[in-house]
Design a protein around this ligand. Structure first.
Ligand SMILES: [Cu+2]
Length: 94
């Protein structure tokens, strides 16, 4: 019983720590269509709305969106579709 509880608690702590999730991936998307200060807000919103996306960091200067996502819930093509539907076609950099 004690062993089970320890294992359960360990599992919970792993779930609470995004870095420890094996299914979590990060992709950098090139978003060349961003040209003004509000573009990144639109791009970030479109990506954040995709189920499975955990974190979005958009750079207007670099015209990139760095997306951290759960690859059991979503994938790069869905992220590209999301930005494209928002008016900003993107392509993966890595
Ligand atoms: Cu803009």
């Amino acid at each position: 019983m004690t062993k089970f509880l320890t294992a359960a608690l360990l599992g919970i702590s792993l779930l609470a720590s995004p870095v420890a999730l094996a299914a979590q991936k990060t992709v950098t998307l090139s978003v060349p269509g961003m040209y003004c200060a509000t573009c990144p807000i639109t791009v970030k919103g479109s990506l954040t709305a995709v189920p499975g996306v955990a974190k979005v960091v958009v750079s207007l200067a670099q015209k990139t969106a760095v997306v951290t996502f759960d690859d059991a819930k979503t994938a790069v093509p869905a992220l590209i579709t999301a930005t494209t539907n928002a008016g900003y076609p993107s392509t993966p950099v890595n």
